[in-house]
Design a protein around this ligand. Structure first.
Ligand code: HEC
Length: 110
């Protein structure tokens, strides 16, 4: 089998593939509310797919308000999809928002 590897993907293509990867991961992740251990778990399984890969902007270590995270996650913003309560419940969203608002920039790990 010959594999075709495309180098130098453009940003929109990267967004598209990240969303596709995310869409495939969603059914398992959305099985039940309350599946999240803590904010770090949500970030690692959901947000990091885009926000640690250059698809979305860096959101750690910027001192963004927890309310801003909660708003963007529930309503989406341009290329970022909105997440329903069944995907990320309110408690887990509050935890990830608090964690991110207090986090250090990438590279300066705890
Ligand atoms: C499918 C990819 C994707 C996923 C998954 C994703 N985001 Fe995003 N996010 C984006 C993109 C792209 C943007 C930039 C949108 C724009 O152009 O305004 C963004 C923007 C944001 C912003 C606004 C940043 C700013 O500068 O104001 C916040 C906050 C945010 N995301 C939080 C999260 C959180 C929290 C999660 C996890 C629950 C998450 N995102 C998951 C793609 C994603």
């Amino acid at each position: 089998m010959e594999r075709h590897v495309v180098h130098g993907r453009r940003r929109m293509l990267a967004v598209g593939s990240a969303m596709l990867a995310f869409a495939c991961a969603t059914p398992a992740a959305a099985q039940s509310a309350g599946q999240w251990k803590n904010g770090q778990h949500v970030y690692a399984k959901v947000c990091a797919n885009c926000h640690d890969s250059g698809v979305g902007p860096v959101i750690k270590g910027r001192g963004l308000d927890p309310g801003h995270f909660q708003h963007v996650v529930r309503h989406g913003q341009k290329a970022m999809p909105a997440f329903r309560h069944t995907e990320i419940d309110d408690g887990a969203l509050r935890q990830v928002a608090e964690m991110l608002s207090k986090s250090l920039p990438p590279g300066l790990h705890e």
